[in-house]
Design a protein around this ligand. Structure first.
Ligand SMILES: [Mn+2]
Length: 411
């Protein structure tokens, strides 16, 4: 474990070595302090596979408790000042009171997520065979109205971003018509889009497979982009790192969507196969760095992308998992900010392939942890969030207060 005085030494050492480099450590620290990632309300309990769920104890059982958990993560890390809600898992009974409660803890609501991938209590029509793409107009209308309700809840909470992810698809060839499903989806999304507030945004998330195995109605960025374009200027694509087939060049997708000015949201996680929802940066940190290399332009200009962690698994303490994810996001961002973009452009123009690789790897191999810790300390966080969390025995206290067998709402 690094002590505060060791940190001072390593930060001073980093700054000294940065003499003559193209980056300014102070500027990187400033960018790190400004970069905030939303925490979803479903990432605070033990996640699950479809085979089982193992409670970790002390899980939040109300929206207030979820807000308290996010506030705790933010207090230690100072880079997670917003919360993203899943409706209907977390419908606030009194939106004004909840917004105030979150505000008192330094948090705001970032985005609201609709859910038409499972049937809700007292719902008239089933989503078993789809929602916005369903062959039956009554089901589509019900799903549209659900999204409208989510927009309203978001507005009451000060969240202007609606994220739509559809589980719609087919598991057997011939089960549904690709074209008709897309036409229905487009028509439904346009109806939802009309209900957005003027400064609201709609983010359309894609996924190549699962829960449907033969086809998903919105399987890729191209389909998501086409639908966003059909809706209007406030509709965007959302990239979830786990929603790609193995070996997909996600950084290129990010660049393409930025080129089209249609990258609106980003869900961080990591995976070995596809939607594994593992800790950000735990599997492919170089890929994360390359993605941030594409993103740094928009981070430095104007931050209009909604950033969120979308991970949930069943082994670690979820709060520790979130703190590790946040650290890895900041590390990847800091490394991307070290890249000598001018030299990279020159090497690219000269087709100097070795130098291009060298420039990226020089940045990637730099230990930026002193910069990340410095940013955290300057913002009022702690040097080592997980050590602090463990030495304060927070999980033990949560179990004492909430019980050993509580289960957070969600999957
Ligand atoms: Mn997602």
């Amino acid at each position: 474990m690094t002590t505060e005085s060791q940190h001072r030494l390593s930060f001073a050492h980093f700054c000294k070595l940065a003499d003559g480099q193209t980056y300014n450590p102070e500027t990187v620290v400033k960018h790190l302090q400004e970069f905030q990632v939303a925490i979803p309300s479903w990432a605070l309990g033990a996640g699950a596979t479809r085979f089982g769920r193992f409670s970790i104890g002390g899980e939040p059982s109300s929206l207030e408790q979820k807000i308290e958990d996010v506030a705790l993560v933010n207090k230690l890390t100072q880079c997670a000042n917003s919360i993203s809600l899943h409706i209907p898992w977390d419908i606030p009974e009194d939106a004004t009171a909840i917004q105030q409660f979150a505000g008192e803890q330094g948090l705001h609501f970032d985005s609201v997520n609709s859910n038409t991938f499972q049937d809700h209590k007292n719902q008239k029509h089933s989503y078993k065979f789809g929602s916005l793409s369903h062959s039956d107009p009554r089901v589509r209308q019900q799903a549209i109205e659900h999204n409208e309700q989510v927009i309203e809840i978001g507005e009451a909470l000060g969240a202007k971003v609606l994220t739509v992810w559809l589980a719609d698809g087919s598991s057997f060839p011939g089960q549904s018509s690709f074209k008709r499903s897309l036409e229905h989806t487009q028509e439904s999304l346009k109806a939802i889009y009309k209900c957005l507030p003027e400064d609201g945004k709609m983010l359309i998330e894609y996924k190549p497979f699962e829960p449907s195995f033969y086809s998903m109605v919105i399987p890729d960025w191209g389909t998501s982009l086409a639908l966003a374009n059909a809706c209007g200027s406030n509709a965007f694509s959302l990239v979830d790192l786990g929603h790609h087939l193995p070996n997909t060049n996600i950084e290129q997708i990010v660049a393409t969507l930025q080129w089209q000015k249609k990258l609106g949201g980003f869900h961080f996680n990591d995976s070995k196969f596809a939607d594994d929802d593992l800790t950000v940066g735990s599997m492919k940190p170089y890929q994360l760095f390359l993605i941030f290399n594409e993103l740094v332009g928009s981070i430095q200009d104007e931050n209009s992308i909604s950033w969120m962690i979308d991970a949930s698994h069943n082994l670690k303490d979820p709060l520790e998992d979130l703190m590790q994810s946040l650290q890895n996001i900041q590390v990847a961002l800091a490394k991307a900010l070290l890249i000598d973009q001018r030299a990279l452009k020159e090497a690219q123009e000269n087709n100097d392939v070795s130098m291009c690789q060298q420039i990226l790897q020089n940045a990637f191999e730099t230990d930026v942890r002193p910069l990340v810790a410095e940013a955290r300390l300057r913002s009022g966080g702690v040097l080592d969030p997980i050590s602090e969390y463990r030495s304060l025995e927070i999980r033990r206290q949560l179990i004492e207060a909430r019980g050993a067998h509580t289960v957070a709402s969600g999957l």
